[in-house]
Structure formats: C-alpha cells, structure tokens
Design a protein around this ligand. Sequence first.
Ligand code: UD1
Length: 348
Amino acid sequence: MAESIVPISPSSSDDRLRTFYAARRVAVTGGAGFIGSHLTSALAELGAEVSVIDDLSNSSVSRIVGLIDRYPGRVSLVEGSILEPAALSEAFERCGTVFHQAAMVSVPRSMEEPERTMFVNTLGTTRVAQAARASGATRLVYAASSSAYGDSEELPKREDMPERPLSPYAVSKLAGEHVVRAWATGFGLDGVSLRYFNIFGEGQPADSPYSAVIARFAALLQAGEAVTVFGDGEQSRDFTHVTNAVRANLLAGAAPDRLNGQVVNIGCGQATTISRLVRRLADRLGVDRPQVEHAPDRAGDVRHSHADIAAAKNLLGYEPVLTFEQGLDQMLQGGIDPIDRGVIGKIG
Ligand code: UD1
C-alpha cells in the first residue's frame, strides 16, 4: 500500500496551514528533542511564534540554539521540566495550542526505570494538561504511542481494538491518552492523541543502547560495526518518517472542529521486519555483508505493529507525506551523524 502513497504536493492544504499558523503563538513541550525540534522548525517556517519547554535531558542544545538563530523572534526556550508547573506556565503564556512531545522515550529504558517512566510521562502529561487549562490554551495535541496496542493479534491495528500495553512505557503513554480525553470531556480542553508508529528520521539520536532501531542500525552499519537483532528478526514495525508525524501535528493543531480526546494512529500503513530493515539499510549504505549478531527477545517487545490510518484521515485529513522507503532515503541523504550535525531536516 505504501508504495502507492502520493506525496502531498504544496497544495491548498499548505496554504491553509500557513494562514492558520501565521503569527499564532503555540507551545511545544520537548521542542529540543527529535520529533519536537522538527515540529518546532515546521511551525516557525509557517510563521508561528513557538514557545519551547525542554529540560535538555534528552535533547541537543545546539539543535534548539540553531532553531532560535534561524527564526529570530519566532522560537524561544524555557529550560525546565514538564514536572515544574511554574516553567510550564511561563512557556504556555498566551499560547492557544500546546503540542506535547516531551517524554521519557524507549521501551527498554522503561523496563529499567519503570517508576521514573510512569512519573515523568503520566504525571508530566497531567501537569501539561493542567497548565494548558490554566493558561487559557484551547487545544492540546498529545504524542501518544503505538505501544498501547501491545500484542493484540489482529493487524493492522485500529483504534477501537483493546489496548494491551506490555511495558511501563506503553502504560505511561496510554495513561496520557486518558488524561487528554478526561481533560477534554471534563474540563473542556480540546484535545487529541496521535498514536505514533515508530518515528524515525534525521536527527534521531543513535548513540545509546536505548536509541530507536533505525538510527542505531544505520550508525553501526556505516561505522562497519555489527548490529544486534533481538529475537528472530521477523518482528515488524510500521516505520514512519518524522515528516509524517509533523504533518499530523500541524493538521491536528489546525483542525476546525472540536476535538474531544479522540485517539488516531499516525503511521504509513506498511510493515517492515527488522531483518528486512537490516538488508535495506545495508543496500543503501553499500555494505556488502552486514555483520548481524542475534540476542534473545527483548523484554516488553511487541511482535507486530502495523497501523490502520483511516481514522486519522477521516478526522484530520492525514496522509503520509513519505513512504518508509522515501523516508529512509531522505534520512540517509541527510547523513547519519545525527547528534553532532544538530541539523533539522527541512519539513513540509
Ligand atoms: C516503541 C513503540 C513506538 C515508540 C517507541 C519509543 C511499539 C510497537 N512501538 O518502539 O511507537 O515510538 O517505542 O521508544 O511498541 N531492535 C533490535 N536491535 C536493536 C534495537 C531494536 O533488534 O539494537 C528491535 C526491537 O527488539 C524491536 C524493534 O527493533 O522489535 C524496534 O525497536 P525500537 O526501535 O526500540 O522501537 P519499539 O520498541 O518498537
């Protein structure tokens, strides 16, 4: 299916977004991180004034400094945690829309640090929702996760399927969805949860054992080092380029109708196995014989993950801008040393 996706052309939809965001003040939590910085860049490019809150614990200082320099007067930073109400209130001042991207990310890290993951992600999202209300924001767009589905067997995953979270990370992100819905229905804070399916792209950190698989494998293969495949390598993911996640956020922020805490999948609608991913990356990087080591299944790992994206299309008009293959090419053309480059690929 993904091969037939038509890239979104600079169309009336982009004009609508430009009109909507021009001179609009919005907030991005985690705006110095991987997805958040791409989103901040795209919003500033559309003319918005973007207030970022980030504690810089999992992000690159040079990246946010680069954005502030590139968009003078349009990007600002409050250095602070989403657990700090005063920092949130400063960041959200006069912001109509809050894009909540900040989180402790990573399934394996959550297995090592379950309480901290719950604390930061679940209480953090609660504090973000409270601060958004208090500041008079009218919409909260939340970065949810496909991990919520866990090992539910049916594929592709639809939002009406029961959730079966398998890790503290998945539980914490799912709890955030409930916060968004409860604050929408109970307090009238318009909100939506975007269930991201394995987002990858330029600038994704590759240097930690907790790094997402594409960034990690690309960096290792390029360095001529071995990659470790957990389990048989036949587990699959709906790898989604960050341009698609940014697009979904822009559409959600600008959606004209009320959002009542709905949950929608943001993916490509195409699944790729980890073994195939190794082959694709090796092909593109010109590595003849990739060194592959095998390790036991990773605790908390989901077997298959593949999105049905009809609901996002219906609610937001979302369609993937880039297929998995196109996204991979774009990431590799940007070069793989994402940490030091500190460069945000141009979005949208
Ligand atoms: C999960 C979520 C995803 C979320 C992410 C945040 C699911 C289906 N997806 O990603 O939406 O954004 O958490 O961290 O739950 N792998 C290897 N070798 C490695 C690294 C990973 O074989 O060195 C395998 C893993 O075992 C896994 C797959 O690659 O099967 C993807 O792993 P990873 O990139 O860490 O993401 P998920 O845990 O799937």
